[in-house]
Design a protein around this ligand. Structure first.
Ligand code: LLP
Length: 385
């Protein structure tokens, strides 16, 4: 297994830890850039997926922009080499301090999510004697067909400005002299694997754009957010997502106006597969129908299975002497029944001390780890080749 070779230096390290394959990261970024650059599309990396400095430096070096959701992410993006003028700032609850950070740094755009937020950004920009670039985050009411917790583009969700508010927003903008309307922004959800969803988004954006053009507004840029999913079930079959297919959908179905730029905010698709959480079996305990493999990583290091019942493939990476296979629930040490990485999976027989790789954990893994139970901060190791 390729992973095993890359991991070989780290087999005796204290677990749990994240292992990042920087070579795979680089190949993923190159594949994305080669697919997007032909169309002249601009990609901002969504820092929320993984804001580890090593990873960010690799991504900024490839020339991507950044998509931030907090003042600290803006600061981190700048520190790790992203250009200020390529930073988009999203989020339903930007604080005054965070807005100031964005304005001070002359970022690319504030993706504004409500009428009141527009007023607040205007007021802060006025006090600073500046104009803030704005993209209206629009709720297009398109179903992303993904987990309900990461669906964001339906009217019932808290995100964005709904179509019945457009008229009022434009009236309001007339008087907000310290804002400059630059773009229209959309993000309908994450881990989207049904590509027809993106086609539906394009068609909806075309309708919305028409409304704005009829009201004499042609935005400089359209930002369609992120959301491209990855293969969690069989990562080795598709370590690099199909970026060609993804960008072609937007090229074929989104009607851009002359000189209008198209921007994306990809997170997961760029970093998920390059990270694995490595954990060691502490105990094997016999259960009623399956055995429990109790490992030293828990929901404190990777919360996705507990929070979204998400699937992460688990591979045994210690060498197996015999070929007996058994059924296990792979569980963490935390006192919560949701602290379970996988139920009833078949693995080569496990014993105390065996190493497991919890796969596809490079996105929303390390960043969502916590100190619950006073657990130590999870360590990270990297391989270049
Ligand atoms: N842009 C905006 C405005 C977003 O809210 C997000 C993610 C992205 C871009 C990047 O989306 P991506 O390309 O990574 O799908 N913790 C969850 C995922 C939450 C995603 C939130 N928004 C998980 O572990 O699945």
């Amino acid at each position: 297994m390729e992973l095993l070779t890359k991991m070989s230096h780290y087999m005796d390290r204290e677990t749990p830890f994240y292992h990042y394959d920087l070579d795979l990261l680089s190949r993923t970024l190159d594949a994305m850039l080669s697919a997007s650059s032909g169309y002249g599309f601009h990609v901002h990396y969504a820092l929320k997926a993984n804001s580890n400095r090593e990873i960010l430096e690799r991504i900024s070096a490839k020339g991507l922009g950044a998509d931030c959701v907090s003042g600290n992410e803006i600061t981190r993006a700048i520190e790790t080499g992203f250009k200020k003028e390529d930073i988009a700032f999203a989020g339903v609850g930007k604080t005054d301090v965070e807005i100031k950070t964005g304005i001070e740094n002359d970022i690319f755009s504030f993706n504004a999510e409500s009428m009141q937020e527009l007023e607040v950004i205007n007021e802060i920009a006025r006090a600073m004697g500046k104009k803030a670039p704005i993209a209206l985050r629009i709720n297009p009411n398109v179903n992303a067909k993904t987990h309900q917790y990461i669906t964001t583009g339906l009217e019932e969700n808290k995100f964005g400005i709904n179509s019945w508010e457009f008229e009022t927003v434009l009236e309001k903008l007339e008087n907000l002299k310290n804002l400059e309307l630059k773009g229209l922004h959309f993000h309908i959800g994450s881990q989207i694997t049904d590509m027809s969803v993106f086609k539906g988004l394009c068609i909806r954006i075309n309708e919305i754009q028409k409304w704005f053009v009829e009201h004499r507004i042609i935005a400089e840029h359209i930002n369609v957010g992120g959301g491209l999913g990855v293969n969690y079930d069989h990562p080795d079959e598709k370590l690099i997502p199909d970026f060609d297919e993804f960008f072609k959908i937007f090229h074929d179905h989104l009607e851009l106006y002359p000189n209008q730029e198209l921007h994306f905010e990809l997170g997961r698709a760029l970093v998920a597969q390059c990270g694995n959480l490595i954990t060691r079996v502490l105990y094997i305990k016999n259960g009623v129908n399956v055995d429990f493999a109790i490992v030293d990583a828990g929901m404190t290091e990777l919360i996705r299975p507990a929070l979204y019942e998400s699937i992460h493939r688990i591979d045994k990476i210690s060498v197996t002497e015999n070929s007996v296979e058994k059924k296990y629930d792979v569980v963490g040490p935390i006192c919560e029944s949701s602290d379970c990485f996988a139920k009833s999976i078949i693995l080569p027989e496990l014993k105390r001390g065996d190493l497991l790789a919890i796969r596809s954990a490079g996105a929303y893994g390390e960043v969502m780890s916590s100190g619950y139970n006073l657990r130590s901060k999870v360590k990270t190791y990297y391989s270049e080749r």
